[in-house]
Design a protein. Structure first.
Length: 122
């Protein structure tokens, strides 16, 4: 039983997934810190507050609709998503394009010249 579990754990996919989760968690902390301390500070300079949490619609005796918390979460989500896209997804896609780029085929003229050179070499 332990032998089977050990083989399962030692497979590359499980280890890669574990490493990805740990790195993803660390990256999330970095992006969140950047968003909260840099980008939201820029928003504070524009709107006068570091978040939209205090925005709401007062309904009098019925309470208040606090849509500001939602706006803050939405802005954080958009900023984190943009950071992940521009810092992770785009570079990986560029690397994949370079790797998967097929070699250019020779034109007919190039092939003829190559064949003539081979014939001349004999």
């Amino acid at each position: 039983m332990l032998k089977g579990f050990r083989e399962f754990i030692s497979k590359g996919n499980v280890v890669d997934l574990a490493v990805g989760v740990v790195i993803g968690g660390a990256f999330t902390l970095v992006v969140t810190a950047f968003t909260n301390n840099v980008l939201m500070a820029a928003i504070a300079a524009i709107f006068g507050k570091p978040s939209f949490d205090d925005f709401g619609l007062d309904l009098g005796d019925r309470g208040q609709i606090q849509y500001g918390v939602f706006l803050t979460a939405l802005v954080n989500f958009l900023l984190v998503s943009a950071a992940i896209y521009f810092l992770v997804v785009m570079p990986i896609n560029k690397l994949r394009e370079r790797k998967d780029k097929p070699e250019e085929e020779q034109s007919n003229e190039e092939r003829i010249i190559e064949l003539l050179e081979q014939i001349a070499a004999k």
